[in-house]
Design a protein around this ligand. Structure first.
Ligand code: PEP
Ligand code: MG
Length: 541
């Protein structure tokens, strides 16, 4: 038995024979052309055809993997529309009088060299999308018709890497699992395999050898392990694990559509914490009540050295709101700083950044940046049900100042005749002891509340949550914390408002009963923790 270790991208166990996927390999020759105008036209026609195919792929994928995931093919459209890419191809054809195929190959490599590692580029992390587009153009130039992957028997598919459009077309009944030599965890391919629930491990490197073709293989997508020709003990163990995980999934699947109510009739909402629009698909798949916390700072982090523009943010929030089918999304304004540093705004020289320039303090200081984010959220609120939440509040002045800026932005939008939700709810996070102590006042002026137990624990206990040396002392269930939760909940309820918990403690099943008894209205957890939490709630007496 040989054991390989890679990067897990989609959970589950798959057992089957390994087959290498052979992408139709085309030899690309360098040929001089007499009529370069005609060759440019050939290239343009191929691009038009590629655009059409990608549009068709998008439409069929919306049904299969949902609108939010299918949107990734818009990026491929963007590559085709990027004149920097297409002009480079044309330039090679015209200046060097070379054939379109060779020009596409050359221009693609240059384009990737230039942009794949550039922070602010949309290409970064999406090399596979660029190669996917190029390979589509080359296929069209070679006049090869689009074919489906022909697989007779269910198998475990191995490949060097897998393009998003290839992953999108895989049939779950035929492909039991996927292993690749290369690829990235954050790629579109990874999202698709997860959505299709195909156990997958990538990044096995050269250890994934061609000679394994036809051999029995087990993928353990929970651990990122691949066993080639497993011994009997491993086979039995993983068959059992596969059965258990199936049973678990079935039990959890049955919870969908059901209320989160204990046996004695107490109800609580269960929603999701997310950090990107790509997470929405798993929010819906896990049947969450809504999004209790959208950590918008990740949009800033993922944009490299440039601040995301208002338009970029608007598109993300709009897509998220439209996809949620009327369910509420709480967008927390950027909690930049502390351990969440972003390249577009470096903060240095702070002795204690966790207690430094972060969260609402940054937003109030960088008013233009804050206003852009608020404009983006408000504009997107016309397309779904959004709410705004401010992080790291420690005084009434901060909460009022943030609300005042929001009012200015609303007025600007009214003047511009731009539609937004006039009734949009505005809440705050309770994650500093000061916010706990003034929760009564806050409750009179804000619409809703969310307790961030991660920060609240570290500030209450004076213990850095990321310091491993003291991790043994870091206790979010400390009596002081539980007392604080009670105080805040009572204050908020006295004003007839609602309160949720969004810190990691929300997913701690040993606490659910206490939270319900305290009167917490909502628990917001990572998407994969939703169904286990809902199961637990329904089993409580
Ligand atoms: C928290 O502090 O508990 C919280 C939810 O916010 P974050 O973890 O993003 O700081
Ligand atoms: Mg926090």
């Amino acid at each position: 038995m040989i054991t390989l270790t890679g990067k897990k991208i989609s959970e589950g166990i798959a057992i089957g024979r390994l087959a290498f996927y052979k992408r139709g390999k085309r030899e690309i020759r360098r040929i001089y052309v007499e009529d370069s105008k005609r060759e440019v036209l050939r290239f343009q026609k191929a691009c038009e055809r590629a655009e059409l195919e990608i549009r068709e792929l998008y439409t069929s994928m919306v049904k299969e993997i949902g609108e939010i995931n299918a949107a990734m093919f818009e990026m491929q459209q963007m590559i085709l529309d990027d004149s920097e890419y297409t002009d480079a191809v044309k330039k090679i054809i015209v200046d060097q009088r070379l054939n379109a195929e060779y020009a596409v190959k050359e221009a693609t490599e240059h384009f990737l060299d230039k942009y794949a590692s550039r922070d602010a580029s949309y290409v970064r992390g999406h090399e596979a999308d660029v190669r996917d587009v190029a390979s589509r153009i080359l296929r069209i130039l070679a006049r090869v018709r689009l074919g489906k992957l022909m697989i007779d028997e269910p198998l475990i598919m191995a490949s060097r890497d897998l393009y998003p459009s290839e992953a999108a077309q895989l049939e779950k009944s035929k492909v039991l699992g996927i292993v690749t030599m290369y690829g990235s965890i954050n790629s579109h391919t990874a999202t698709i395999t997860r959505t299709k629930e195909i156990p997958s491990v990538i990044g096995l490197g050269e250890a994934l050898k061609k000679e394994y073709e036809g051999k029995l293989v087990i993928i353990d997508g929970f651990e990122g392990k691949v066993y080639i020709e497993p011994d009997q003990t491993t086979l039995t163990k993983l068959q059992e694990k596969k059965k258990n995980s199936r049973r678990n999934i079935e039990t959890l699947e049955r919870l969908k559509g059901k209320e989160n109510v204990t046996q004695s009739g107490q109800k609580i909402e269960v929603s999701a914490n997310i950090g990107s629009k790509e997470d929405i698909e798993s929010v819906l798949r896990n049947d969450a009540s809504g999004v209790g916390l959208f950590r918008s700072e990740f949009i800033y982090r993922d944009n490299g050295i440039k601040f995301p523009t208002e338009e970029q943010q608007f598109q993300i929030y709009k897509l998220a709101s439209e996809s949620m089918g009327g369910k509420r999304i709480v967008i927390r304004t950027a909690d930049i700083g502390g351990e969440k540093d972003v390249e577009c705004m470096e903060v240095s020289g702070e002795v204690n950044p966790i207690m430094g320039y972060r969260g609402i303090r940054v937003s109030l200081d960088k008013e233009e940046m804050f206003k852009e984010q608020l404009r983006a959220i408000l504009r997107a609120s016309a397309f779904g049900r959004l709410a705004i939440m401010f992080p790291m509040i420690s005084s009434m002045e901060e909460a009022r100042a943030a609300k005042a800026i929001l009012e200015q932005v609303k007025q600007d939008l009214r003047n511009e005749k731009c539609l937004f939700d006039e009734e949009i709810e505005v809440g705050v996070m309770i994650e500093t002891p000061a916010a706990v102590m003034i929760s009564g006042e806050l409750a009179r002026e804000m619409d809703f509340f969310s307790i961030g137990t991660n920060d609240l624990t570290q500030f209450t206990l004076a213990m850095d949550r990321s310091n491993r040396r003291i991790s043994g002392y870091y206790n979010p269930k400390h009596p002081a914390l539980l007392k604080m939760l009670r105080i805040v909940t009572n204050n908020v309820h006295l004003e007839g408002k609602k309160i949720s918990i969004t810190g990691d403690l929300a997913a701690d099943l040993s606490m659910t009963d206490q939270f319900i008894k305290m009167g917490i209205d909502e628990l917001s957890v990572a998407p994969n923790q939703i169904l286990p939490l809902r199961k637990h709630i329904r089993e409580l007496k």
